[in-house]
Design a protein around this ligand. Structure first.
Ligand code: NAP
Length: 250
């Protein structure tokens, strides 16, 4: 019989966090839903010590949306410092954080700079950890298509893309959290690799939006210059199961 474990999910009300909480509960574990709106704040430290006491693992899927690099770096670094510190005091076995594939190569993008600061803070702590880097979620295609649209036309970077369903990301995070700390990084990507352009077109067509979609090597990724492999794993990775077609159908 699987031993029941207590796992704290920081950001447990969000897209990934809520799925991870449900998967943990369905597997018979105790999942603690932590978010600033329920009084557990990774950035200010409010409620952290009590929440992580007795936990076997903490999964950090908190998020901040901003275009301000300094604010993002401060949020992700401070939150990670607070979390790993509280976990060490409480004797938590494993800290798992969700980052983004190739975040270190894309730090000209303010959000990626924040994620890199998060990774570096976790790796520099003395807490046992695993950094899970995922590619862009299927669920993020809506935001991406909107961000690259001008006057009814969508022009995206001319690069490879390999999105993954949020459910696959949550499942992988849960499996990692229940396993041994790697004190390193694991990459996660979806089951199909193609052009960024083709995924955006598939997504829009499925929504009944027939806007023309093209690619251009001069288009960057929110401030970061990109080349073909910038958003996909360069080496080994864990592959998600849910294709874009299955996800769209669901
Ligand atoms: N979008 C992508 O394609 C992609 C790809 C790879 C990795 N990721 C990473 O995936 C992670 C999760 O993304 P998501 O889309 O699931 O996020 P989300 O839906 O925006 O949820 C964010 C969660 O963080 C909580 N939160 C925010 N500030 C907090 C704080 N100070 N203390 C505690 N909880 C806090 C929010 O709840 P409250 O508001 O109540 O605090 C919410 O539960 C992010 O770190 C992101 O970088 C995203």
């Amino acid at each position: 019989m699987t031993q029941m474990k207590k796992v704290v999910v920081i950001g447990g009300t969000g897209l990934i966090g809520s799925k991870a909480v449900k998967m943990l509960q369905d597997a018979g574990h105790e999942a603690v839903v932590a978010s600033s709106r329920n009084g557990i704040n990774a950035y200010t430290g409010e409620g952290l010590e009590d929440t992580v006491t007795g936990a076997d693992a903490v999964i950090d899927v908190s998020n901040m949306m901003s275009f301000d690099k300094d604010a993002l770096v401060d949020f992700f670094a401070t939150s990670s410092r607070n979390l790993t510190g509280a976990e060490q005091t409480a004797g938590v076995r494993h800290h798992v954080v969700l980052s983004i594939v190739n975040a270190d190569g894309l730090a000209a993008n303010p959000y990626m700079a924040g994620k890199l600061a998060q990774e570096e803070t976790v790796a520099a702590s003395s807490q046992a950890y695993t950094i899970v880097r995922a590619t862009q979620f299927h669920e993020f295609l809506e935001t991406l298509a909107g961000a690259y649209a001008t006057d009814g036309k969508v022009k995206v970077p001319d690069i490879d893309f390999q999105p993954i369903a949020a459910a696959d990301v949550a499942g992988a995070l849960v499996a990692v959290a229940l396993g041994e700390p790697k004190n390193g990084t694991i990459d996660l990507a979806g089951p199909g690799r193609g052009s960024f352009e083709s995924f955006v077109r598939t997504y829009l067509e499925a929504k009944g939006d027939h806007s023309p979609v093209s690619s251009d090597a001069a288009v960057d990724y929110f401030g970061a210059p990109v080349v073909t492999g910038s958003l996909v794993p360069g080496g080994d990775y864990i592959e998600g199961r849910i294709t874009i077609a299955e996800w769209l159908q669901a």
